[in-house]
Design a protein around this ligand. Sequence first.
Ligand code: ADP
Ligand code: MG
Length: 309
Amino acid sequence: MLTEFSLIDKFFKQSTPQNSETRLGIGDDCALLSIPNGYELAVTTDTMVEGVHFFADANPAQLGHKLLAVNLSDLAAMGAKPLAVTLALTLPRIDEIWLSEFSEGFLKLARRYNVDLIGGDTTKGTLILTVQAMGLVPNGQALKRSTAQVGDIIYMTGLLGEAGLGLKIKQGYECHAANAVARFHEPMPRIETGLALRSVASACIDISDGLVGDLGHILKQSGVGACVDFDKLPLSDDVKSYIENTGDEFMPLVAGDDYELCFTVPPKFVHRVPENCTAIGIIEKESGLRLKKPGHIETFTAKGYEHFS
Ligand code: ADP
Ligand code: MG
């Protein structure tokens, strides 16, 4: 039977740190990070709970990937470069096959973005997975939610509603949309785009709870409103046919889990927006979110997913 310590050694201890800022990794009471002159440390944490964020039969490698991806996505949304993460695991039992697949999914993504796993905690109980992620951003260049300005153009990366369609398929909707299923189980954090948006975007957020809810956070915290053009939303053919088949045109607007970035750009900087992004609307003075449809404008009130509601 593995002890807590041999478990960490076997599955989570990486050989050497990938970043020179990582002065001390797993094994002591604390890890040590040095923050280079002129940089701020961006810190975020996200938890996934069995029965709320995933089910007991979830593929462990995909879980490991998604747990890290959702945390790195928060760093991307701030324009921070990932540096290090800690991992707190609450496990009902020590299942070596589960742990080996979970750590493989987790560490594969960590290697891809040069993230050091520098510590954590391991306890017994209902399956709960928590990551704290830390990244570096030059002083004053972090992309906040509170700084969108009237007249800024609203953009997003990638496609909208892919993960939402992936979830519908998991729940029984029948269609063959491989990308949608992959996006739901293994979202990719938009790290490179986040870095490219430093000193280009005026505000930024990642779409975890749905475009309406997450763009809503930018609007509220910036004290502005917006109009989004329904016809400009980047929808895949799979999502378009889902809408045709079901009449559920709100799914891509309110479904979560895409982990694309939604950001605002002053008109003078639009030529610097990366290629994989689509302009979807404009920031306006009048508060609230409006949706432009052919021939008319609707006011949007539906919320993204909220816990405790
Ligand atoms: P302490 O009792 O001082 O909190 P622990 O016994 O919990 O230390 O952990 C020993 C070392 O292993 C620490 O460096 C801790 O950060 C690391 N660690 C514990 N659990 C994990 C985990 N799930 N992933 C990565 N590192 C871990
Ligand atoms: Mg501990």
